[in-house]
Design a protein around this ligand. Structure first.
Ligand SMILES: Nc1nc2c(c(=O)[nH]1)N[C@H]1C(S)=C(S)[C@@H](COP(=O)(O)OP(=O)(O)OC[C@H]3O[C@@H](n4cnc5c(=O)[nH]c(N)nc54)[C@H](O)[C@@H]3O)O[C@H]1N2
Ligand SMILES: Nc1nc2c(c(=O)[nH]1)N[C@H]1C(S)=C(S)[C@@H](COP(=O)(O)OP(=O)(O)OC[C@H]3O[C@@H](n4cnc5c(=O)[nH]c(N)nc54)[C@H](O)[C@@H]3O)O[C@H]1N2
Ligand code: SF4
Ligand SMILES: [Mo]
Length: 717
C-alpha cells in the first residue's frame, strides 16, 4: 500500500482549517496544515493535526451495543434497529411526538447532513424537542438576531481585516479561535490591526493569552458586561456622536434606546464593572475616532445571565455609531446557500411556557422536560454526538433524568459518560470518514470575513460497522414505521438511495448524503460535487460588500434594524435591581469558564498526548489574594460550592485571574467513563455539577444557561 495524501478541512471548530491527511491502509500517518488553502493558508492547531488519534482511538465503537442486565453487549445492526424501532413505535403510539426528544451535540454540528436528518427524523414523529449546546454557547445571539435584524440567522461580525478598532469582550482567540466569525489563525489578523495603526481592547475578567500578546487589557468583573455596554452607550449618546438622519433612515426605536442608557454614566457603572470610568471614556473616544470600529462579544458573555442584553446594547452601539454595514465596522453575513425562512410559529416548552429558541428547547430545562410528569413528558431520547451529562448544567439531575427514560439511544464514536445511561449505543462516523461542506454558520449565515467554500470526500473508510449518523436515523425511522419529515416521497427516496448504494457501481454505504450535498451545492450556484473537487484548496467566493445591508437585506417586518425590541425594553426595567444586587455581591467570588489549548469540551481528554503530566485534571484558578484569604495554597484541594452542591479540585494560584474571579474549566469528571480508556484515568471534576439548572436559572427569552459569573463559595477540601 502506498501513502495517499488527501486534502480536507477540519471540523472541530469554526475556523475549519484546510488540512492534508497522509493516509496508508486507512491509517492516518500524519496530518499537515494545507498551506495552499485559500483561507487558512497553512494554519492549523494541535487538535486538527492530532485528529488521527480520535479517529483511530482504541475506544472507537465498532458495533452497536445494547445494555443487558446493566452491561453493554455487542449486537447486530438488524437487532439494534428493529428493537429501537419497535420501542419507539410503542412510545409514540402511547405518548405521542412530544414524548420523543433529541440532544444534538457540538462536533456533528460542523457537518451539514446528519443535523439535517435529525430534524427530518424528529418531524417524522411530530416531535419538536431538540436540545443542542446552542443554549450553552450562543443562543443569546440567535435571540438578538431575531429581534434586531429579523432572524436568528441574521448575524453580524467584525470586518476584522479593515477595522481600526476592535473591542473584544469575553473572547480569547489564542486558545479558542473565535465564534460567529470564521478566522483560522485569528491572532495574525488581529495583530494586523495594530500594524495598520489601529487598536485592540480585550475586556475580560482574566488576563488572557490573547491580551498578553497584544492590545490593551480591560479587567471587568464577570457578568457585569451589561453595565459596561450601558455606560458605553450612554457616552456615545452624550457626546452627540449619533447621526440621527442615518439612524432614522435605517433604524427604529432610537429614542427608547437612548432612554434606557440615560441613567448609566461611566462613573456609576464602574461601581460594579470595576472598569475605571476614565478607561471606558478613552475606549469610547478611540471607538468614535476610528474609521471603522467594532465591538464584538463572544461566549464568555453569552454564558452570563445577561448575554442577550449585552448583545442588544453592543449591536445597537455598532449600529447608531454608523459602524454597522461599514468597511472596518461590523458586516452582516451573506449566506452561501439561499436563506430559508425560520418557522414563524413560536413554540414554548411545557415547563413554565419557556420559549424555544431557534427551534430548540433550552438545555437548562432538559432534566425538567424528562422528569416532570404529565403530557409531553420525554420518554425516548436520541443523543447524537453529545455528552450532555458533563456539558449541560445540573449534571446530577440530568443523571437522574437519563435513568428515568424508557428509551435512550446514543450515537457516538466512543462510549462517553452520557452513553453509560443509554439502552443502545450506535457507532457513528468520525468526521474524517464523512463527505462534507462547511457548516451552517458559513453556509446559512455567512459569518466569514473571507467568503469561501469547500467540499471534502471522506478521507478514511468507516471503522468496523460504524455508519453515517444520517443513515442510522433514516433506518430507525423506517424501523419505527415512519417516514422522514413525515413525507412518504422522502422516505421512499431514502430507501431507494440506501438500496442503490449497495450496488457496486454506485458505491459507498450511503448515497443520499451525496445527493443532498450536491443539491445544496447547486442551490448555491456552485456547480456540483465534481466541480468543487477541482478546488481542493477551497474556493474563494465573492467578497463581503460593506453597504449592501442597511435598507436592503434587513429581515425585520419594517425592513429597519430594531433598536428597541419590546421584550428587551421590558427586561431593561430590571437593570436598577440587577445593579443593586451586584453592589451587594461585590465581595463574593464569581466562577467563570476557561478553555485550554489541549482541551475541546469533553472529548479531547481521551487523547493521551493532551492529558499528559499535570494536564490530567482541571484546576481551580484563583488569584493569590483570594486564595490566601481562604487559607488555600497552590496544589491543595479546594471545595467549590454553589446552590448547595460542591466539587473538589486542586488549587492553581493564578494572578491572571481578576480578584474576585475564579475559574474551573468544564468537560472534566471522567472517572466513570468506562468506555474511555485514557480519559477515565484523569482526575478532574465536573464543574456542571454546581452550575445552576432548571427554569429559573436560564436567561429569559434566549434560554441561555448561566455558566459564567456564578456566585461560589470556596474553602479547603
Ligand atoms: N460549565 C461549562 N459548560 C459548558 C461550557 C462552558 O464553557 N462551561 N461550554 C459549552 C459549549 S460552548 C459547548 S459547545 C458544549 C459542548 O457539549 P457537547 O456537544 O455535549 O460535548 P462534546 O464534548 O463536544 O462532545 C460530544 C461527543 O461527540 C462525539 N463525537 C465527536 N465527533 C463525532 C461525530 O462525528 N459523530 C458522532 N456521532 N459523535 C461525535 C465525541 O466523542 C463526544 O462524546 O459544552 C458546553 N458546556
Ligand atoms: N482549545 C479549545 N478551543 C475551543 C473550545 C475548547 O473547548 N477548547 N471550544 C470551542 C467552542 S465549542 C466554542 S463555543 C468556542 C468559544 O470560543 P469564544 O467564543 O472565543 O469564547 P471562549 O474561549 O469561551 O472565551 C471566553 C472568554 O470570556 C471570558 N469571560 C468569562 N466570563 C466573562 C464575563 O462575564 N465577561 C467577560 N467580558 N468575559 C468573560 C473568559 O475569561 C474567556 O477568556 O471555542 C471553541 N474553541
Ligand atoms: S483551529 Fe479549529 S478548525 Fe483549525 S485545526 Fe484547530 S480545531 Fe481544527
Ligand atoms: Mo460551543
Amino acid at each position: 500500500m502506498s501513502v495517499n495524501s488527501k486534502k480536507t478541512f477540519c471540523r472541530i471548530c469554526e475556523a475549519q482549517c484546510g488540512l492534508i491527511v497522509h493516509e496508508e491502509n486507512n491509517q492516518v500517518i500524519k496530518i499537515e496544515p494545507n498551506k495552499d488553502h485559500v483561507v487558512s493558508k497553512g494554519y492549523a492547531c494541535i487538535k486538527g493535526l492530532k485528529m488521527g488519534a480520535f479517529a483511530h482511538s482504541p475506544d472507537r465503537l465498532k458495533t452497536p451495543l445494547k445494555k443487558v442486565d446493566g452491561q453493554f453487549v455487542e449486537v447486530s445492526w438488524e437487532q439494534a434497529l428493529s428493537e429501537i424501532g419497535d420501542k419507539l413505535k410503542a412510545i409514540h403510539a402511547k405518548h405521542g411526538g412530544e414524548s420523543i426528544a433529541s440532544y444534538m451535540g457540538n462536533p456533528i454540528g460542523f457537518s451539514l447532513w446528519p443535523p439535517m436528518v435529525m430534524t427530518m427524523f424528529l418531524k417524522a414523529f411530530g416531535a419538536n424537542k431538540l436540545f443542542t449546546p446552542g443554549t450553552q454557547d450562543c443562543a443569546s445571539k440567535f435571540a438578538g438576531g431575531e429581534r434586531l435584524f429579523g432572524s436568528a440567522n441574521d448575524q453580524v461580525f467584525p470586518d476584522i481585516d479593515h477595522t481600526q478598532l476592535l473591542i473584544a469582550v469575553g473572547s480569547n482567540p489564542v486558545i479558542s479561535k473565535m465564534s460567529f466569525i470564521s478566522v483560522p489563525h485569528p491572532m495574525d489578523r488581529i495583530t494586523d490591526i495594530e500594524k495598520r495603526g489601529g487598536k485592540v481592547y480585550w475586556v475580560n475578567p482574566r488576563l488572557t493569552e490573547s491580551a498578553k500578546r497584544m492590545g490593551e487589557y480591560v479587567a471587568i468583573r464577570p457578568d457585569t458586561d451589561v453595565f459596561f455596554m450601558l455606560g458605553f452607550l450612554h457616552e456615545v449618546i452624550e457626546r452627540g456622536a449619533v447621526d440621527r438622519k442615518h439612524v432614522d433612515k435605517f433604524m427604529n426605536g432610537y429614542d427608547a434606546l437612548a432612554a434606557v442608557a440615560k441613567p448609566w454614566k461611566a462613573e456609576r457603572v464602574a461601581e460594579v464593572t470595576r472598569v475605571p470610568a476614565e478607561q471606558l471614556k478613552q475606549m469610547v473616544s478611540d471607538y468614535l475616532a476610528a474609521d471603522g470600529a467594532a465591538i464584538y462579544s463572544s461566549t464568555g458573555v453569552n454564558q452570563s445571565r445577561h448575554g442577550l442584553m449585552v448583545y442588544w446594547l453592543q449591536e445597537a452601539i455598532n449600529a447608531i455609531s454608523g459602524n454597522l454595514d461599514k468597511r472596518g465596522g461590523v458586516l452582516a453575513g451573506n449566506s452561501v446557500f439561499p436563506k430559508f425562512d425560520a418557522p414563524k410559529e413560536q413554540l414554548t416548552s411545557r415547563i413554565n411556557n419557556i420559549p424555544y429558541i431557534n427551534s430548540t428547547v433550552p438545555a437548562g430545562i432538559m432534566a425538567d422536560e424528562i422528569l416532570t410528569p404529565g403530557p409531553g413528558k420525554v420518554r425516548a431520547m436520541f443523543n447524537m454526538s453529545g455528552n450532555p451529562l458533563l456539558t449541560c448544567s445540573g449534571s446530577e439531575r440530568l443523571a437522574e433524568a437519563f435513568d428515568d427514560l424508557e428509551l435512550f439511544v446514543c450515537l457516538d464514536i466512543v462510549r462517553n459518560e452520557t452513553a453509560e445511561y443509554a439502552d443502545y449505543i450506535l457507532p457513528g462516523l468520525h468526521s474524517l470518514e464523512r463527505a462534507d461542506v462547511p457548516f451552517y454558520f458559513f453556509t446559512m449565515m455567512g459569518l466569514m470575513p473571507t467568503r469561501s467554500f469547500d467540499y471534502t470526500d471522506p478521507v478514511l473508510k468507516a471503522v468496523g460497522e460504524a455508519r453515517d449518523e444520517g443513515l442510522i436515523l433514516r433506518q430507525i425511522c423506517r424501523a419505527a414505521g415512519k417516514s422522514l419529515a413525515d413525507s412518504k416521497p422522502l422516505q421512499w427516496l431514502s430507501n431507494i438511495s440506501e438500496a442503490a448504494a449497495k450496488l457496486p457501481l454506485v458505491g459507498g454505504a450511503n448515497s443520499m448524503d451525496k445527493l443532498f450535498l450536491s443539491m445544496m451545492i447547486r442551490s448555491a450556484k456552485l456547480g456540483g460535487i465534481n466541480k468543487l473537487r477541482k478546488h481542493p484548496n477551497g474556493l474563494l467566493l465573492e467578497p463581503n460588500k460593506p453597504g449592501d445591508y442597511l435598507g436592503q437585506r434587513v429581515n425585520t417586518p419594517s425592513g429597519k434594524v430594531e433598536l428597541a425590541p419590546a421584550d428587551l425594553l421590558a427586561r431593561a426595567a430590571e437593570f436598577e435591581k440587577t445593579f443593586a444586587d451586584e453592589i451587594t455581591n461585590t465581595q463574593s467570588l464569581k466562577l467563570i469558564q476557561k478553555r485550554e489549548r489541549f482541551t475541546h469540551n469533553t472529548w479531547a481528554h481521551n487523547v493521551e498526548a493532551f492529558v499528559k503530566g499535570d494536564r490530567n485534571t482541571n484546576y481551580l484558578y484563583i488569584n493569590a489574594a483570594d486564595a490566601s484569604e481562604r487559607l488555600l495554597a497552590d496544589g491543595e484541594m479546594a471545595k467549590v460550592s454553589a446552590g448547595g452542591r460542591s466539587i473538589e479540585v486542586p488549587v492553581k494560584i493564578d494572578n491572571d485571574m481578576m480578584v474576585g474571579t475564579v475559574s474551573v474549566p468544564h468537560g472534566w469528571g471522567h472517572q466513570e467513563a468506562y468506555g474511555l480508556s485514557v480519559a477515565r484515568k484523569t482526575v478532574g471534576a465536573n464543574v456542571n455539577i454546581i452550575t445552576p439548572d432548571g427554569p429559573d436559572s436560564i436567561e429569559p427569552v434566549s434560554g441561555m444557561s448561566h455558566m459564567n459569573g456564578v456566585l461560589v463559595q470556596i474553602c479547603a477540601a
